[in-house]
Design a protein around this ligand. Sequence first.
Ligand code: TNX
Length: 545
Amino acid sequence: MIRVLAAFLVCLFFMPSFSQTSSSINIIPKPVSLKTKPGSFKVDRNTKLVVKDEGDRGTADFFSDYVKKYYGLSLEVAREADKNYISFATKKFIKAPDNEEHYTLNSSTNSVSVEGDSYAGTFRGMQSIIQLLPVKKSSNLGIPLVTIDDQPRLAYRGLMLDVARHFFSVEFVKKYIDFIALHKMNRFHWHLTDDQGWRIEIKKHPKLTEVGGYRNGTIIGRYPGTGNDNIRYGGFYTQDEIKEVVAYAAKRYITVIPEIEMPGHAKAALAAYPFLGCTGGPYEVRQTWAVEDEVFCAGNDSVFALLQDVMDEVLPLFPSEYVHVGGDECPKSRWKTCPKCQKRIKDENLKDEHELQSYFIQRMEKYINSKGKKIIGWDEILEGGLAPNATVMSWRGEQGGIEAAKQDHDVIMTPGSFVYLDHSQSKKEDSVTIGGYLSIQKVYSYDPVPKVLNKEQQKHILGAQGNVWTEYMANPRKVEYMIFPRLTALSEVLWSPSTPRSWDEFEKRLSVQFKRYDLWKVNYSRAMYTDMRIKVDKKKKIASN
Ligand code: TNX
């Protein structure tokens, strides 16, 4: 007995205790090719971060900030070193590489080096080094010896945040962008306007934020609610703050795509400028959730003039080639009884209000295209005819995306049943959510490229995105809880080859990632384990009956 106990204690002592050894590499998303050797590289205070090209400086800075923040170690950046260094280098290409986020990573006892095909590739490779570090604060910072050759499967790997239903500070938005970066994702879709709030300063039309940025209360509980808190709520980002966020994201090779909703989800704008609606108001910024009947009037040219002014200020703030114009959930009831809208239908020879919606989007697309940018719209923009150059975000399942790809349009997949991170992640959720049930296993099982499309059509699937609608997320802790761990599963769906893929193998790496969440001090859901326990208990019960 004593011998058994002694053997157990010896085992415990030698157990890696969540630090990584060459036999347990837990990188998520899983690299395309990974080889390990015994041994490790030790990071210590004398380790230099070598950067030969100033373009890789930001990557070294991100790494040194991370090591300082989570392990309390300050590392110096240097031009060169002959031993004990981590180098970040980018290949110089004559022509643009096929997959610019490709990188290689090699570690030896002497050094660690990442080489990217582009600065972005080098940055993504640096994220793999981060994932090779121990998940507990430790003075022994070992990096296992590996050879990695890696690149993403999909070019568009996004996460959206709705800041209209609830407002989030610049500080949290930056943190959110870091979460995206830490998962090797590259798009931040910023849902900036909706019925419940207009969140971006427009200098020519200041009331959009002065009035549209605030509501006089919010419903309590799940829609339709048990009352209203009657507390004034709101906020907005100044254009300087927007620039700050865009620059912060760019340093992480993340593109920010703004969304300005039209013709529906516009009540906050109507409250600010009532002439924008069909009835002329008065309107209030919406205090409850669900779909709103009051929308932008499609028969009034002044509406288009104002929205063009908005675009004149929004487009230059975002280097993104895309602006998202919404297009979803636009009830047609007001248009049906609005003389101006009906006149427009007649004058433009439109069949019905669905075609009027297409007219609206196409007119805005023309303007946006003339400024050198492209539009993205939710899949409702297919109804009544797709705008000629539009990219479709398919959210009501995949059908809209499939249809758009067949019509030769680019597509971003965001189907509710796989990537809506506002849905419950447990059948017994302990806080209010919008409903539904989206387990992490289901997210992990997703393949954004539909098999019903042929090879050419599949090329139109740029990638996919997780959507975070915040009706029931009133603070950052709740957002963290809803995205973790499902975001981690999504990152692998987007980056790693679709085969082989095994939930059981992923789950082992994920259990280590949970420790990393602890290191980051983020809030996350453990529903995955409690739900499994419920399943096991149920099975046991059935077996014993
Ligand atoms: C539908 S997805 C919406 C949002 C809601 C969301 C809640 C989409 C284009 N529109 O306005 O917040 O459902 O899950």
